[in-house]
Design a protein around this ligand. Structure first.
Ligand SMILES: Nc1ncnc2c1ncn2[C@@H]1O[C@H](COP(=O)(O)OP(=O)(O)OP(=O)(O)O)[C@@H](O)[C@H]1O
Ligand SMILES: [Mg+2]
Length: 249
């Protein structure tokens, strides 16, 4: 049984076919790359998996259970976590508070029921975990500083560590390396590798930075015009005529 299965998923926006019968099987833990030219449908695929967008047809199946059409907070509770292409951190809040906010349960009922029962020990645990995550990306000195003080690349790192404060089974990362300078890219790559090593799970990594994604992922899925064009090792994908044509387009 696949851990994550997309079965003939389609999504249109008016006349645009964003996803055209996409089927992908991911068997188990691993770092998987999802690449393709602009407009290929990568973010739409994440939107569908995470429950932000309902597909017109097809199924999203997690560990054998169809979750298609469930609300995003319900899917999040199954351990499907995502980061966004555009930075979504709270700039006025401290780095630590950004992590605390990310650790809060989503959905009104969850917030009401769980906020009441949270103990001091829980808050200390979240703080320790938040500080540990900040340390891993060299941001611990900024724990109490407003996120607005961080450089663009550091903000991106903060956003990414925020998505790791809740336990996950599937981590969807949408262009984590975009706009991140080479020194921080290495920090980011090491962070992703170490989080995978410590808790192997499915990482699906959308990236335009080929060097970055090829160095992290052993299995690369290439999308083009809403379809899966190719899948293989970095070597196989790099040697594919079809992939080259799609990029030269
Ligand atoms: N909310 C929307 N409304 C209308 N069209 C949309 C919407 N979201 C995506 N699209 C269109 O669907 C297609 C796929 O977009 P998507 O954002 O999934 O591509 P992508 O592969 O993530 O591209 P990029 O690499 O530029 O981020 C594009 O033609 C896009 O314009
Ligand atoms: Mg995108």
């Amino acid at each position: 049984m696949s851990a994550l299965r997309l079965q003939s998923v389609s999504k249109r926006y008016g006349g645009i076919v964003a996803l055209d019968r996409v089927s992908i099987d991911i068997d188990g833990p691993g770092i998987y790359g999802l690449i393709g030219p602009n407009g290929a449908g990568k973010t739409t695929l994440f939107d569908v998996i995470a429950g932000a967008v309902r597909p017109d047809s097809g199924q999203v199946i997690i560990e054998g259970v169809a979750v298609t059409g469930q609300a995003s907070h319900q899917i999040a509770r199954l351990g499907i976590t995502r980061t966004f292409q555009e930075c979504r951190i709270l700039l006025e809040e401290s780095c630590l508070d950004n992590l605390r906010f990310a650790a809060q349960p989503k959905g009104l009922l969850a917030v009401l029921s769980q906020t009441l029962s949270r103990s001091g020990a829980h808050h200390r645990r979240v703080r320790d975990q938040a500080l540990d995550l900040l340390r891993r990306v060299n941001l611990h000195d900024y724990a109490d500083a407003p996120a607005a003080q961080l450089s663009f690349g550091q903000r991106r790192l903060l956003e990414i560590v925020c998505s790791f404060i809740v336990p996950s089974r599937v981590m969807l990362l949408d262009e984590p390396a975009a706009g991140v300078n080479p020194a921080l890219l290495e920090v980011l790559a090491d962070f992703i590798r170490s989080m995978f090593r410590e808790q192997p799970r499915i990482f699906l990594l959308v990236e335009h930075n080929m060097e970055f994604v090829m160095s992290l992922a052993q299995d690369i899925i290439v999308m083009h015009q809403g379809t899966v064009l190719e899948r293989g090792t970095p070597k196989q994908v790099q040697a594919s005529e079809r992939v080259l044509e799609a990029y030269l387009g």
